[in-house]
Ligand binder design. Structure first.
Ligand code: C6P
Length: 423
């Protein structure tokens, strides 16, 4: 596999030889050593979920081997240790996305739950009959359906900013959809089906000029780009831990403190209360008000470890390495006769979606699997994107910073093999 040193920026590589040496990075991910159908695993389904470095696996093990206990409840040392590790993870997230305060970090199951939380709390509070919620045409179902549920309940209207043939948001058209009726804007930072990076900073500025809050679905951005929620001035920002090298079942909803404080709770239960009587319950302070019941403690601690790991590698390094790898992949795959790239935005991250003349994406994926190559095929939980491009599905190769040019070459060779099989 990756025997060549893949050094993107020689100056930085000289200063930090380990950072850009993909061979060493790959050593941190035990799963990548496996073979599939007798071939080296080429894992190109990182947008679905990413692989975990040993330090994350170790953190999970450590919790279960040494610290396993509930948090915020026990007066004994074991519980103090797990509470500390859980709250340290919150502080890690805060620093990583540059939130102003750790109480702005709410732990949820994933970005899906983050979006649903905002729709069901802020949304129910502020969206009424005749109001509008504005999204874009490149959203994942997780940033469509929660708003549809809300709009149906309230008699509100879901508006959709259009995209062009490259898969870029048409900003002028989007802006025209902002009005007095718009009560919230919800947009993806990076599209999972197309890889488009939305101009979220501009979108936030446009919405804020009209005093409209913005939720950003950051599920596909945080693993690839350095995200600064304060620089973006995002009101809400949703993250999935498992896509950023952390465990499954953990995610983050960032929310500005004054907004979180003003919102009603999402779920009721333990830990989200200060006092309960049958007559009246007073709620806990943020973020605990939104963390009812025993959370996924192990996964939260694992997410903290993933953030430490990413911080060690450096998100600028991740972004620049992947940028070069995506350019290489776009060239290598895009020039194969019969392959058509879907999503050719000028600003892209991590994703290469394509179709092949006369061959169903599922067939492509099945043949690639026999070559040890894991890609996703289908609508990628973004059916309206497929409809926009007039196709039922694509093949999607999605990158992480442990992928290599050799793996892209293997994908290109695999696609030539597919073509021969279906010729
Ligand atoms: N996309 C993909 O293969 P959860 O499932 O809650 O961790 O993430 C949901 C989600 C929200 N927004 C975007 C932009 C996403 O890409 C995803 C998850 C995966 O593309 C699984 S469908």
């Amino acid at each position: 596999m990756a025997t060549t040193r893949e050094i993107v920026n020689p100056a930085i590589a000289e200063a930090h030889p380990r950072l850009f040496d993909v061979r060493h990075i790959r050593e941190d991910f035990p799963i990548l050593k496996q073979k599939m159908h007798g071939k080296p695993l080429v894992y190109l389904d990182n947008a679905a979920t990413s692989q975990k470095p040993q330090v994350v696996i170790d953190a999970l093990l450590r919790y279960y081997l040494q610290d396993c206990s509930n948090i915020h409840r026990g007066v004994y040392l074991l519980s103090e240790r797990s509470t500390q590790a859980y709250e340290d993870a919150r502080a890690n997230v805060q620093k990583f996305i540059n939130a102003a305060e750790s109480r702005e970090i709410v732990f949820v199951r994933g970005s899906t739950e983050g979006m649903n939380l905002v729709a069901q709390t802020y949304g129910r509070q502020h969206v009424g009959a005749g109001d509008e919620v504005l999204i874009t045409a490149l959203e994942h179902h997780s940033n469509i359906v929660p708003w549809q549920i809300l709009c149906e309940e309230k008699g509100a209207r879901l508006r959709v900013g259009p995209i062009n043939d490259r898969g870029e948001l048409i900003l002028g058209e989007f802006e025209k959809l902002l009005s007095d009726r718009t009560k919230i804007v919800a947009v993806a930072h990076v599209s999972n089906a197309l890889g488009t990076i939305n101009p979220v900073k501009q979108i936030v500025a446009m919405a804020h000029a009209r005093k409209i809050p913005v939720l950003i679905d950051g599920a596909q951005a945080v693993p690839h780009l350095k995200v600064d929620v304060r620089a973006l001035d995002a009101d809400f920002y949703a993250i999935s831990g498992h896509k950023m090298f952390g465990p499954t079942g953990i995610g983050v909803l960032y929310g500005k403190a004054h907004l979180l404080e003003s919102m009603p709770p999402y779920q009721g239960g333990g830990d989200m209360i200060l006092n309960v009587t049958f007559e009246k319950t007073t709620y806990n302070h943020i973020p605990h008000k939104f963390e009812a019941g025993t959370p996924n403690i192990a996964a939260t601690i694992g997410l903290g470890a993933a953030i430490d790991y990413l911080t060690g590698v450096g998100m600028e390094n991740v972004a620049s390495y992947e940028h070069a790898l995506l350019a290489y992949a776009t060239e290598a795959i895009g020039q194969i006769p019969g392959v058509r790239l879907i999503g050719t935005a000028r600003e892209k991250a991590g994703v290469l979606s394509f179709v092949m003349d006369g061959i169903h994406p599922h067939d492509v994926g099945t043949v690639l699997d026999q070559e040890g190559i894991a890609v996703r095929t289908g609508h990628h939980c973004a059916q309206p994107v497929m409809e926009r491009f007039g196709i039922p599905a694509t093949v999607r190769a999605s990158l992480a910073f442990y992928n290599t040019k050799q793996e892209i070459n293997a994908l290109a060779a695999g696609l030539e093999h597919v073509k021969r099989m279906f010729a």
